[in-house]
Design a protein. Structure first.
Lengths: 107, 128
């Protein structure tokens, strides 16, 4: 299985901050990397596919990038509704695997 | 707009079989992957498996031969069966639509798989 290692596991930030979350794949997955947002008690929502492409309706303050097997989710100008847990997921092969999640909390 | 509505028993005893069904409304059943994901209490997301509209399925090897995903295109439904459950199977179970999205990366066009529509989740508790 491809292991997805996400960091940090949690972070504290303020409204207006820029936040960066990293995800590392255990092997090459090309650009087959998705990002999801999950709020407490809710199903995840789909944010980014192909490492850097925003899903329809996702605000432009969200962005993704890739460098080799390292992937980054950046949230610029953090909004109150962005406080949530974020997961990366590789879609390169099955079994599809997720990172362990990063909880973005209010400072 | 596609919506997924899931249902099934929420309380099971060890060794019983978990059965969940997901109804698809508002969109085409064809051309997508129909997926089950679970999330144990306080933990992360685990991919259980997926089935194509053609009926071909892929499963997480960690679940061995206990898992079966099936599709009923006539009813626009797909189902999850997990046999011989234990307390370790206690989780919120989500049905999810997987889609193929065409994208051009560095002048090369490719299809990418993403999970874009999620059911509301079903809490399944396994306890004697």
């Amino acid at each position: 299985d491809i292991q997805m290692t996400q960091s940090p596991s949690s972070l504290s930030a303020s409204v207006g901050d820029r936040v960066t979350i990293t995800c590392r794949a255990s092997q090459n997955i090309d650009n087959h990397l998705n990002w999801y947002q999950q709020k407490p008690g809710k199903a995840p929502t789909f944010l980014i596919y192909a490492a850097a492409s925003l899903q329809s309706g996702v605000p432009s303050r969200f962005s993704g990038s890739r460098s080799g097997t390292d992937f980054t989710l950046t949230i610029n100008n953090l909004h109150p509704e962005d406080f949530a847990t974020y997961y990366c997921q590789q879609s390169y092969t099955t079994p599809r695997t997720f990172g362990q999640g990063t909880k973005v909390e209010i400072k | 707009q596609v919506q997924l509505q899931q249902w099934g028993a929420g309380l099971l005893k060890p060794s019983e079989t978990l059965s969940l069904t997901c109804g698809v409304s508002g969109g085409s059943f064809s051309g997508n992957f129909w997926t089950w994901i679970r999330q144990p209490p306080g933990k992360g997301l685990e991919w259980i498996g997926e089935i194509k509209d053609s009926g071909g399925a892929d499963y997480n090897p960690s679940l061995g031969s206990r898992v079966t995903i099936s599709v009923d295109m006539s009813q626009n439904q797909f189902s999850l069966s997990l046999k011989s459950v234990t307390a370790a199977d206690t989780a919120v179970y989500y049905c999810v639509r997987g889609v193929l999205i065409y994208s051009i990366i560095r002048r090369s066009g490719k299809y990418f798989n993403g999970m874009d529509v999620w059911g509301q989740g079903t809490t399944v508790t396994v306890s004697s």
